[in-house]
Ligand binder design. Structure first.
Ligand SMILES: CSC[C@H]1O[C@H](OP(=O)(O)O)[C@H](O)[C@@H]1O
Length: 348
């Protein structure tokens, strides 16, 4: 049974509260942009594609209940609300990508002289298409990614893969990106085992990826973040598969903290390292990873476990939510719905 992070029924939005998973499965109503901003900022919903989809559907939910007098009024409201949604979390680019595209779409309708109601309906339809398109995109990533992984295995060997954070149905509209490649390998009968790191401090791996794997009966094994190198040496890994929050023009990639060190360890062990992401996660306006904003999260998310403090009181903390993996370490390539690109610097 595939988990559903986002429910859009009859223009009503509900999100699965991921802060409570896997012990409690509760949905939250999101009726407007301000509520959408809050559930994204608090990480009750997270994952680059899911952030954009929930942000846009929160706007659709608000518009569906509003009353507007003119096309310019609607266009102004849409532009302002989208700018606000982008501020909820700075690293993932998908919400900014959606803001640019939906703002341009709305302004073109305004220039055509469309009325308020017609623009509202068109914007709601655009947001609904974003939800539907994401699953199709993920399945294409899964197909291209599983072929790329299997091309490196001899005969009918099954793949042993390692993944980090959560990139599945809880980070997207369904199927997932890196976890979508895992699902495609399973569907092809070529998945031996998927190892998932716990992914401290939010524990996306232990709480979310492990939950997805158990729910669907996939052969998963949880490891602590610090066991990745030993896993590659002691048990063997055929590929590392991770997601992305923002990929720069030179293929440097921002992803969950800990990704960079996995890439370094994979390089040392000769394990191909793949980034799996939709083209909506690629930001060609940025030349390299140094230009990607890295979100820092509250100290308590590092010092506390399940609401109980475990770190010494008074210790200073540094809690970046993401790090940058340079393109030269992405040796397997960046897998999008359109292609697999091995950065030139990774071929050296
Ligand atoms: C399919 S994109 C998932 C991407 O987002 C995660 O970050 P967060 O849980 O903080 O939203 C992580 O970087 C994943 O790779």
């Amino acid at each position: 049974m595939m988990l559903e992070a986002i429910q859009w029924r009859e223009r009503k939005l509900r999100i699965l509260d991921q802060l409570l998973l896997p012990l409690n499965k509760e949905y939250i109503d999101v009726t407007c942009v301000n509520e959408g901003w809050k559930v994204i900022n608090k990480m009750q919903v997270r994952g680059a594609p899911a952030i954009a989809i929930v942000g846009c559907l929160s706007l659709a939910a608000e518009l569906s209940k509003g009353t507007y007098t003119s096309g310019p009024e609607v266009a102004g409201v849409v532009a302002e609300k989208l700018r606000h949604l982008v501020t909820a979390r700075p690293t993932a680019v998908n919400m900014e990508t959606a803001r640019k595209e939906l703002t341009a779409f709305t302004q073109s309708l305004e220039r055509e002289g469309k009325g308020a109601e017609e623009i509202v309906e068109a914007v709601i339809g655009w947001c609904e298409d974003l939800l539907e398109e994401d699953v199709r995109t993920n399945r294409k990533i899964g197909s291209l990614g599983s072929a790329a992984v299997l091309s490196r295995l001899s005969g009918g060997a099954k793949a042993r893969v390692l993944t980090h954070c959560n990139t599945g149905s809880l980070a997207t509209a369904g199927y997932g990106t890196a976890l979508g490649v895992v699902r495609a390998l399973q569907e092809a009968g070529r998945l031996e085992r998927v190892y998932c790191t716990e992914t401290r401090p939010y524990n996306q791996g232990a709480r979310l990826t492990a939950y997805e794997l158990v729910c669907e009966g996939l052969p998963g094994t949880l490891i602590c973040d610090s066991a990745a190198a030993a896993l590659m040496r002691e048990k063997g890994v055929d590929a590392v598969l991770v997601g992305a929050d923002r990929v720069a023009a030179n293929w440097d990639t921002a992803n969950k903290i800990g990704t960079y060190q996995l890439a370094v360890v994979a390089k040392h062990h000769g394990v191909p390292f793949f980034v799996c992401a939709p083209t909506t996660s690629i930001d060609k306006t940025l030349g390299g990873g140094a230009d990607i904003p890295i979100e820092e999260r509250p100290e308590r998310e590092l010092t506390d476990v399940a609401g109980t403090r475990v770190a010494a009181v008074g210790i200073a903390c540094w809690n970046p939510a993401f790090d940058i993996t340079p393109a030269e370490l992405i040796t397997g390539g960046v897998i999008t719905e359109a292609q697999v690109v091995v950065p030139a610097s990774a071929k050296a």
